[in-house]
Ligand binder design. Structure first.
Ligand SMILES: [Zn+2]
Length: 369
């Protein structure tokens, strides 16, 4: 067991692991704020520990590390160790899952350790396709997903604000998997779209946003997020309805939650509801006690009230017995490619470029490596 205490860890250590290559390398945060971590491998791995200006190297098959400490470093991580397979082939096992490439360890922004996988973009995408779609889906849908996810990931690399990682594996960014998630089909999808990204008319890279199921129409980002994004356009999607098991959904929102939202949105407190009129159900325009309140579905969905609203594609159906009833369809933010729609398009015989052209009508595909 290896156990280090490194209170004197120097701030600002930067190590470059990536060799310059045509295929980029990406640093993926696969876990964060870990209290105690364990990494093993069936073969030996090199463990480099960095502490201040001193570097310790050792070779081992198992590492256990105590990360029960607090950190204060202005929301930046601090790199302190790297692990790499001795033969360059064997996976490093973390959380019972195998990971290729390097594993880097950094202090979390506030507490504990971050686990970061440094891996070639191709391998990263090969596991991601199984997580973000399904490794058994038609190849043209997987290829469309590969181009979108590659564009998203490269944009994250370009805009990284932390020295040690580019992207988080999780719903906040996109979910990548482990070596067990790589299949012959996901490898094929990555290979057949090698280096292809989405670009706009100015030939600039555009992140490929996507979501599970639009429910009939995709959204302009301005209606979902703040800020303009001219490279996207809302589209009517006729494809995902055929696939959706729960085409429509309903959600009961207690009046207290809606009033709390209005209070934070308008800075205006409503103590009790006497009368509700639904003026425009989709926008959403409500008249409560004779006063008008208008807000976007996305503002309501992303409020921190833990409402569990599945998509931005909903309207207010009615108000009854102290509950607002929402009626909607789809899952996810609704911007860009609808994954269930992409599946249906592929089944109908469309190519991945046709799928991308349908959901990203203002973008084109370009091969950059
Ligand atoms: Zn759709």
């Amino acid at each position: 067991m290896t156990k280090f205490i490194f209170l004197s860890l120097a701030i600002g250590l930067v190590i470059t692991f990536a060799a310059v290559s045509a295929v980029p390398e990406i640093n993926v945060k696969i876990d964060s704020r870990v209290k105690r971590l364990k990494i093993t491998s069936k073969d030996s791995f090199d463990f480099h520990f960095l502490r201040g200006e001193h570097e310790h190297k050792s070779t081992q098959k198992k590492l256990e590390f105590d990360c029960d400490f607090s950190v204060s470093n202005k929301n930046k991580t601090i790199l302190f160790a790297s692990l790499v397979s001795k033969n360059g082939k064997s996976d490093l096992v973390y959380g019972n899952k195998g990971f290729g490439g390097h594993i880097k360890l950094a202090t979390s922004e506030k507490y504990g350790c971050d686990v970061i996988q440094s891996i070639k973009m191709n391998r990263y995408l090969e596991s991601l396709l199984s997580k973000e779609m399904n490794g058994s889906w038609p190849i043209e849908a997987l290829k469309a997903q590969a181009v979108a996810a590659r564009s998203y990931a490269l944009d994250k690399i370009e805009k990284s604000t932390d020295d040690n990682f580019n992207i988080i594996s999780g719903e906040v960014h996109q979910v990548s998997g482990s070596s067990e998630d790589v299949t012959s089909k996901t490898k094929k999808a990555v290979k057949e779209t090698l280096g292809e990204i989405l670009i706009n008319n100015d030939k600039n890279l555009v992140p490929g946003y996507y979501h599970a199921e639009c429910g009939g129409k995709t959204f302009d980002p301005i209606d979902v997020w703040s800020g303009h994004m001219f490279d996207y356009r809302a589209t009517t999607c006729p494809y995902c309805h055929h696939k959706s098991k729960n085409k429509r959904w309903r959600k009961r929102v207690p009046k207290e939650k809606l009033l709390k939202f209005i209070s934070s949105y308008y800075g205006h407190e409503i103590k009790e509801i006497e009368k509700v009129e639904i003026i425009k159900p989709k926008e959403i325009h409500l008249k409560i006690n004779g006063k008008n309140y208008i807000f976007l579905p996305s503002d309501f969905r992303k409020s921190n009230l833990s409402l569990g609203i599945r998509s931005n594609n909903f309207e207010v159906e009615k108000y009854e017995r102290d509950y607002f009833i929402l009626k909607g369809s789809g899952r996810g933010h609704g911007v860009g490619m609808c994954q269930l729609g992409a599946l249906k398009m592929a089944e109908l015989g469309h190519s991945y470029k046709e799928i991308l052209n349908f959901y990203y009508p203002k973008l084109t595909v370009k091969k950059v490596y």
